[in-house]
Design a protein around this ligand. Structure first.
Ligand code: LCV
Length: 262
């Protein structure tokens, strides 16, 4: 599928709508699909669209299966480097000069869960569920991703998500703060667009600068060079490990991984 078909884009009453449109691949965040989303955000930015809703097609069991595992390096390379497609996508959402609202029906996995935590708000229905999966795939994750969770959740909840990689159902996700509003699936679209429409009546200039202040302060963590280098060294130990290579192979071979802790 061409990039634009993987992602549908439209503007309705000044609300930009981005639909992840590759249900055959469970909307896994491939480079091509990510390129389509970033392209849509760039187009909306050029058109001064004040608010964006990101969604999957109605009725899908899976909102997004996360990073396309088939595109992850098999070994000896950082799977989530600064210039990798998932990271480019997360920055594009953070830097969009207006709210990006995730409208969620279905399950959300791994990098897509980070995408949700990077969106400015989340509106979900009872079918939504959220899993953070690096520990299943032997991935060390990365500092900015972990900060997305620390900025939104009590640290013990964030740790539970990363350490168990279990699906968190919608009701609990709402209770702990991942989801702003939990509504019935028959009201999800109407509720989301009503909230987005309210935002279109506010000062877009004021919202743009307020959002940028939130972004700056949510990342305001001074790190000494040696701490930065230690984190990079620790992460490299993971993505150079047997466990990382085993986890990716096991996923592709549809079997359970056998971790050795090395
Ligand atoms: C490529 C896929 C994927 C997929 N990539 O359908 O956050 S991190 O660090 O972990 C980061 C690295 C990351 O985001 O990793 C990916 C994390 N995602 C997951 O762990 C979800 C993996 N997928 C699943 O658990 C299941 O597919 C779910 C529960 C989402 C749906 O299950 P269902 O039985 O409905 P299948 O598993 O049969 O998947 C249908 C096809 O999509 C592929 C999968 O391999 C299968 O391919 P084939 O048709 O070739 O068999 N697929 C699913 N997820 N993330 N490919």
């Amino acid at each position: 599928m061409a990039e634009e078909e993987l992602v549908l884009r439209e503007v309705r009453d000044r609300v930009g709508i981005i639909t992840l449109n590759n249900p055959k691949k469970l909307n896994s965040l491939s480079e091509a699909l990510v390129g389509g989303v970033i392209g849509a955000l760039d187009e909306f930015r050029a058109g001064r669209v004040p608010v964006v809703v990101m969604r999957a097609p109605a009725g899908q069991k899976v909102w997004s299966a996360g990073h396309d595992v088939k595109e992850l390096p098999r070994k000896n390379r950082d799977p989530l480097g600064y210039f990798d497609s998932l990271e480019n996508l997360l920055r594009a959402v953070e830097e969009y000069p207006g709210p990006v609202i995730a409208m969620v029906h279905g399950s959300v996995w791994g990098g897509a869960c980070d995408l949700i935590m990077t969106c400015d708000m989340v509106i979900a229905d009872e079918t939504a569920a959220f899993a953070m999966t690096p520990a299943k795939l032997g991935v060390p994750y990365n500092a900015s991703g972990i900060l997305h969770f620390m900025n939104r959740l009590p640290i013990n909840i964030a740790k539970e998500m990363f350490f168990t990689a279990e699906l968190m159902p919608a009701e609990r996700a709402h209770r702990v703060g991942i989801v702003n509003h939990l509504v019935g699936s028959d009201q999800l679209e109407e509720f989301t667009f009503k909230l987005a429409k309210v935002i279109t009546t506010r000062s877009a200039l004021s919202i743009e600068v307020i959002k940028e202040q939130f972004r700056i302060f949510s990342k305001a963590y001074p790190l000494s060079p040696s701490v930065f280098e230690r984190i990079q060294g620790l992460r490299r130990r993971v993505y150079d490990s047997h466990d990382y290579e085993e986890a990716i192979s096991a996923f592709l071979e549809k079997r359970q991984p056998v971790f050795k802790g090395e």
